[in-house]
Structure formats: structure tokens, C-alpha cells
Ligand binder design. Sequence first.
Ligand code: CA
Length: 229
Amino acid sequence: MKHFLLVEDEQILAKNIAFFLEREGYQVDIEYDGESGWASYISKAYDLILLDWTLPKKDGLELCKEIRKESNVPIMMLTAKSEILDKIIGLELGADDYIVKPFDQRELLARIHALLRRNETTSNKQFVEHWLQYEGLKLDREKLLVFFGEQSVALTANEYKLMEILMKKPDNVYSREFIYEQIWDGLLEYSERTVDVTISRLRKKLMELSGKKYFHAVRGMGYRFGGKS
Ligand code: CA
């Protein structure tokens, strides 16, 4: 049985969501503030985390950032704020998806399924080809890690997907629209910035890991992975 952590300070809403998800066959732990959320997160292995944006003690974004430093568990933000800027900040901090309150429980369920499926597709590919490699970098398709020598760094589901698409065909140039369609279509309104933000986060991770720049912007066209800088 899949095990979720729900951190939400509106108690009635939290109980309703948990009740609904439990009826769908998931096990749900509820925490009502950010600190208890963190305590639960480190005490168990969850398959997915649902995180409210504004929480007492430690807010949802802070918690998201801390969890993301440690793990690539799927994170869905629940938010009452709907401005595009907020959405980008959520994704920038490593959330995989968000849903704006008030939301329909069916929609929440559909998005949860999509996130879980994305994670599973990613893990299943290992049997075909476990590693994707390029000039010292190794992408671990099972664990969503990138290795450079013995060192590794964890990727979010979106970062992983983006990296896999570009790394499969080094030197190919991909437009932002194409990248967006592969990753966010149907989930997020198109914005060049979403792609740029994810690329720059990946760049930073790879730079810290290897000291090299692997993603290159191609003026007026998009991005490529590898090749001469
Ligand atoms: Ca709240």
C-alpha cells in the first residue's frame, strides 16, 4: 500500500483529504504544522508528500526545500495562492506539482496518479538500460541520481525527465516549447521561465557536482546538452 504524508493546518480539510485518499486505497499520515511534518518525514519512507503552502512553525515552501535536499520523493503543493509567480517559486524549490485550493478531490487524485505513474515509469526503465552516460556523468534511472565519479546528487522528477530527454541525444537542440510539452503539458500554463528555471537549477547541481557546464543555451532556439561550450 502506498503511504502518503499530508501536512495541512486546516484540520477539517486535512481530514477530508485523508478520508478520501484512504477510501481510494492509500495510507495517509496527517501533520498540522511544518515541524511535525518534518519529524514525520524523517521517521518514515513515504511514496508521496502533500504539502500545504502556509503552515504554522515552518511553512510549506521551507519544508519542501528541506525535503528536496534529502530526497526525490514526489511532492505536491496545496496552495490558496494562484499567481503564476508563486507556482514557479514552488517548482523552483523542487515541488513536482501543485494544486490550487479549493480543488476537486477527483482532480487531486488524478494528479497524484500522474505523479506516481511518472515515478514508476522512470524506475521501470532501468531494466532496459540502467545508466545513461555522457563524459563522466552517469544518470541513474532507478534512483533519479546523477553521478560524477563517486559523488552523486538527487534530482526531482521534473529535473530527471528534462535531463533524460536532453542527455539521450547530446548536441541536439531542443526548443523551450518542446521541453515544456514533454514535462509540464496539461499541468502548468506555458512559460519560458519554467523551462529556464529548471535548466538553471540542473546546471547549478551539475556544476557543484562536476565543475562542468553541460547545459548550453542556444540563442533564439533553446537548449542543448553537451558539446563545446
Ligand atoms: Ca494553511
